[in-house]
Unconditional design. Structure first.
Length: 373
């Protein structure tokens, strides 16, 4: 797919960090020293520990996908498709969206002109790796297709282009793809996993399987709706029959819908290389860490939290509508990082271990932070 290069009058503009390297390193050392749970922790001025990267355009609804290394972002602009389309209930072609690719510069904050993909009507998927980001094309009777867009060139390549409804595509560092699939005349999704070794279906013949996500390269999680119950299920992809390895965590006992599952799965943004992962629990009304096979299998994070990503030492960056804190892996109260809302993103970089997305009207400010072990 051909792409166009959008003009930008401020290309290559440099924005200097607000704090010196020495100040940042000193702040991080202090941060690491006081991570022990404390209900009366001192608030640290965020400019001492994080720095500006730039900003992204935003439709005020759809969060961008960020590559695991934190160097690329894809944004979806235009009128947001209805929830029925996003949840896979409807497949009406979309005419109001466009997508753009942005190169990020976490060290110097240079602003680089985006790549604008010519193809309209795309919906960004749920996964990206350091080579590509996933997008989907609702195409009515022609099905819902899945494509990958190369970060470097903006080229679009279709990897699933049949007449079925293929939704919720995600990937992992190895380039494996997973998604939910249903036929046009069927109202139940099953899971499909495509790797270099071939393609397999994961299904029990009766449940609605939604919104898969990889845990590293070897495991997969997905939401299951059966008889009104919503469950989070984890599979071992290395097994001959992953369904036989399934471990389940009940979430809602009645009244579950695809809309609820979609809202739970899309509140938290992060890469697919970090394990464990957290999700928003609608009953507990906070982020919850699920640790299958552990003595304590769930850890409840800060009350009213809506996003959480892991830190290398086992702690968590946790966001509420008013602040961001760093909590221990026991879920006890930790220390304040920011006294305003920000969405944390974990990366694989050792220089900018995390990014913050901060809503600012129709833009998302991006700040970087280095939280070492």
């Amino acid at each position: 797919m051909a792409i166009g290069l959008a003009s930008c009058g401020e290309s290559q503009k440099t924005s200097k960090p607000l704090a010196t390297t020495e100040t940042k390193l000193a702040a991080i050392k202090t941060l690491n020293a006081i991570i022990k749970p404390s209900t009366s922790a001192t608030v640290i001025t965020s400019n001492d520990i994080d720095w500006p990267v730039g900003d992204l355009p935003w439709d005020r609804f759809t969060l961008p996908l960020i590559s695991p290394n934190g160097l690329h972002a894809i944004v979806q602009l235009g009128k947001t498709p209805g929830l029925d389309i996003l949840c896979g209930l409807e497949n009406t072609p979309v005419t109001t969206t466009s997508v753009e690719l942005y190169a990020l510069d976490p060290m110097q904050g240079r602003r680089i002109s985006p790549l604008v993909v010519d193809r309209k009507g795309l919906v960004i998927g749920r996964g990206a790796n350091d080579q590509f980001a996933l997008v989907e094309l609702p195409a009515g009777e022609n099905g819902r297709w899945i494509g990958e867009i190369d970060w470097a060139t903006g080229s679009l390549r279709w990897i699933v282009s049949d007449d079925a409804i293929n939704c919720f595509s995600t990937t992992n560092p190895a380039g494996d793809i997973a998604w939910s699939r249903r036929e046009q005349d069927d109202n139940r999704f099953h899971l499909v996993v495509k790797t270099s070794r071939g393609q397999r279906v994961i299904d029990d013949g009766s449940s609605d399987w939604l919104l898969p996500s990889f845990v590293g390269n070897g495991r997969l999680r997905a939401f299951q709706i059966l008889n009104g119950r919503l469950t989070l299920v984890e599979f071992d992809l290395r097994a001959t029959d992953p369904m036989q390895t399934s471990i389940a965590l009940p979430i809602i006992q009645s009244g579950a819908t695809r809309e609820i599952a979609w809202q739970i799965a899309t509140t938290n943004s992060g890469t697919t290389v970090n394990s464990p992962t957290a999700f928003y629990h609608p009953v507990r009304k906070r982020m919850v860490v699920w640790q299958p096979n552990n003595v304590v299998d769930t850890v409840a994070l800060e009350p009213n939290s809506i996003a959480a990503v892991p830190v290398a030492d086992g702690s968590w960056l946790v966001s509420t509508t008013t602040r961001v804190i760093r909590q221990s892996n026991t879920g006890e109260n930790g220390i304040h990082l920011r006294n305003r809302f920000a969405i944390p993103i974990a990366t694989t970089s050792l220089q900018w271990t995390h990014l913050f997305l901060i809503p600012d009207g129709n833009r998302l400010q991006i700040r970087a932070i280095n939280i070492g072990e």
